[in-house]
Design a protein around this ligand. Structure first.
Ligand SMILES: Cc1cc2nc3c(=O)[nH]c(=O)nc-3n(C[C@H](O)[C@H](O)[C@H](O)COP(=O)(O)O)c2cc1C
Length: 149
């Protein structure tokens, strides 16, 4: 069994800030070392992240994330154990609202955000869907600044 965790948090960062690709790069390197996989979505200064991995490694990454001052007000939406990974092979998949909107997805799927379990399920569904739509997946290098167009 592997453990997983999904949370949302608030941030002042945007994907266009210098600190953002640094977070992604560091996360991917450390996650790869620890056998952790997952998905990070940024939208409207809100992060949603799914992390998953071995029970002895996930708490290490969780602790690093929780104390990171690049975000705040972390709300754990769900955590638990699962027989298989959702994001096998992705040290940290990433997307931003410029590619596809989680909030639009939530509205169209009629998910009540006060129901944390249903909320977590919807976010996971959105993330899995993004993996099937390669265009929505971002690397910071491929982002263009919408304010410049
Ligand atoms: C939204 C968010 C998600 C993060 N996700 C991970 C992660 O999946 N794995 C990890 O090791 N660190 C994660 N971190 C921590 C970053 O990797 C950390 O900010 C980065 O390593 C910068 O560290 P430094 O101050 O040592 O340069 C995350 C941080 C934030 C703010």
């Amino acid at each position: 069994m592997i453990q997983y965790l999904i949370y949302r948090s608030l941030t002042d960062l945007t994907p266009f800030d210098a600190g953002y690709p640094h977070i992604l790069m560091q996360s991917r390197m450390r996650n790869a070392d620890l056998g952790v996989t997952g998905y990070l979505h940024w939208e409207d200064r809100i992060f949603h992240q799914w992390i998953e991995g071995p029970g002895e490694m996930l708490p290490i990454v969780e602790q690093i994330i929780l104390v990171d001052r690049m975000h705040r007000d972390v709300t754990i939406l769900d955590r638990g154990e699962a027989p298989v990974r959702e994001f096998d092979g992705w040290s940290m998949a990433a997307s931003a609202s410029e590619g596809s909107s989680l909030f639009s997805f939530m509205v169209s799927s009629r998910t009540a955000s006060c129901d944390h379990f249903a909320y977590a399920q919807s976010v996971l569904k959105f993330m899995k869907q993004q993996l099937l739509q390669a265009d929505a997946m971002i690397d910071h290098d491929q982002l263009t600044d919408p304010s410049s167009s």
